[in-house]
Design a protein around this ligand. Structure first.
Ligand code: ARG
Length: 458
């Protein structure tokens, strides 16, 4: 028996019921559904739509149902249609006619919208926690690599030397914006649609604010049509997850590159590496690659949900039942990947001395020479040009910047003096990047201290 079938002469065909059943997905919201129902019945008791005795019996039975689902005593079947129908059915079996009062002034439309918001509220908190954990892992790595010099790239071509800590700190900033976005999403997620009923509100005297308060929500979604048909918050959450995943994918890509023999910078622990079934020598970075690959699921969910919602007339349409698949896929994948990135990083070592020697005198110090000339009052564009000529000579002769003589430098510009050679080490290049937020040890230390404080409070 469905919740709605008394006006029909025939019951829903099995193929149609199986096709339309959503319990395999919304069964995961049973806790939220029970929490929502408890708040609803308490509100009905307060407004005298349900007697205190009936209400108490319902509340008690709902808790029993929660236990029975948790312990596996109640099993889900597609015949149950959805979690809301299943719980109401079990309730009526437990408390008889009294249970039939639970759905007073409620529709599954506002019920499911509430369940989803309660679920998002819980998962946003989990996502923020995992983001903070990863930030802490990155911060620890940054502290061990305060002195490690790497090459920085633009276009994946050597650009300027960097402290590795500085590079890691960039990811901490990215993840911080992710946490901010999630926090912002929380404000809108934590609003109650309950009491909007099917779409129009109700003629019964409900107290929407009371049930919202019981659930610890910030307020109610006022417009009843909007309350049941809005999935904006879910889209926001999945898009916030998509940005998190984009960040994780960029980091994973760098880890993959750094672990290659060509870079020889990162070394994954054996416990986070895989081999080849054919090539015995292989040690592959599969975990990082999978994190990079799983972005597809989350972006897929974002587009999936945007597509479902596009052109839906107000208010509820059954299409919207498909939203939960995407919500779960996006949230589960993002949580997994945040966790795995943190675990992988903890187990990855980076060679402290991989770059420094190689970068001393390297052409990536050219900008330091330009700045030198600018400090000697040469206009920037001219200085750029002069150093460009020096680079051309080095490239022609296969030499590093520190392998030309002062005489050779002077031939290009008399402004060059002996002191340029002091500038031509990776370390001095780093030391000199003292501008705010730059890669000098002092600025990097400042950033580390800043994040230490922020993350302690977070
Ligand atoms: N299982 C449904 C969903 O997730 C619940 C709402 C059903 N509402 C309805 N009018 N058929 O969307």
């Amino acid at each position: 028996m469905a919740l709605w079938d008394s006006r029909f002469k025939k019951s829903l065909a099995d193929v149609a019921l199986k096709f339309s059943s959503s319990i395999d997905v919304d069964g995961k919201f049973f806790n939220e559904d029970i929490d929502g129902s408890k708040a609803h019945v308490q509100m009905l008791m307060k407004t005298k739509l349900v007697s205190s005795n009936d209400g108490k019996a319902i509340l008690k039975a709902l808790e029993e149902i929660r236990k029975e689902i948790s312990s596996g005593k109640i099993k889900f079947s597609w015949r149950d249609e959805d979690i809301h129908s299943l719980i109401e059915d079990k309730l009526v079996k437990k408390v008889g006619e009294r249970g039939k009062r639970l759905h007073t002034a409620r529709s599954r439309n506002d019920q499911v919208a509430l369940d989803e918001r309660l679920f998002m509220r819980k998962e946003i908190t989990n996502l923020i926690k995992l983001t903070r954990t990863l930030q802490n892992t990155l911060l620890k790595k940054a502290q061990t690599h305060k002195g490690t010099i790497i090459s920085g790239y633009t276009h994946l071509q050597r650009a300027q030397p960097l402290l590795f800590a500085h590079h890691l700190l960039a990811y901490i900033s990215m993840l911080d914006r992710d946490a901010e976005r999630l926090n912002d999403c929380m404000k809108r997620a934590n609003m109650a649609p309950l009491g909007a009923a099917a779409l129009a509100g109700t003629s019964l005297s409900v107290d929407r604010k009371y049930s919202a308060k019981l659930l610890g929500m910030n307020g109610v979604v006022e417009n009843s049509l909007d309350a049941v048909s809005d999935r904006d918050v879910m889209i926001e959450l999945i898009s916030a997850c998509s940005i998190v995943m984009m960040h994780l994918s960029r980091l994973s890509e760098e880890l993959v590159l750094w672990s290659s023999q060509e870079f020889s910078f990162a070394q994954f622990d054996d416990s986070f590496s895989t081999g080849s079934s054919l090539m015995p020598q292989k040690k592959n970075p599969d975990i990082a690659e999978l994190i990079r690959g799983k972005v597809g699921r989350v972006y897929g969910s974002l587009f999936g949900l945007l597509t479902i919602m596009k052109a839906l007339p107000l208010a509820y349409n059954r299409d919207m039942q498909e939203d939960k698949v995407h919500l779960l896929q996006a949230v589960d994948t993002t949580k997994d990947c945040l966790h795995l990135t943190s675990e992988l990083l903890k187990k990855t070592s980076f060679k402290k001395d991989r770059f420094e020697k190689e970068l001393d005198g390297d052409l990536l110090l050219s900008t330091d020479l330009v700045d030198y000339l600018v400090r000697k009052n040469v206009p920037f564009r001219k200085a750029h040009n002069i150093v460009g000529n020096i680079v051309a000579i080095c490239v022609d002769r296969g030499k590093k910047l520190n392998e030309l003589t002062l005489a050779e430098y002077k031939r290009i510009s008399p402004k060059f003096e002996k002191d340029i050679f002091k500038l031509l080490t990776a370390r001095s290049s780093i030391q000199n990047k003292k501008s705010l937020g730059g890669t000098s040890p002092k600025e990097v230390e400042k950033q580390i201290n800043f994040w230490k404080k922020v993350l302690k409070k977070a």
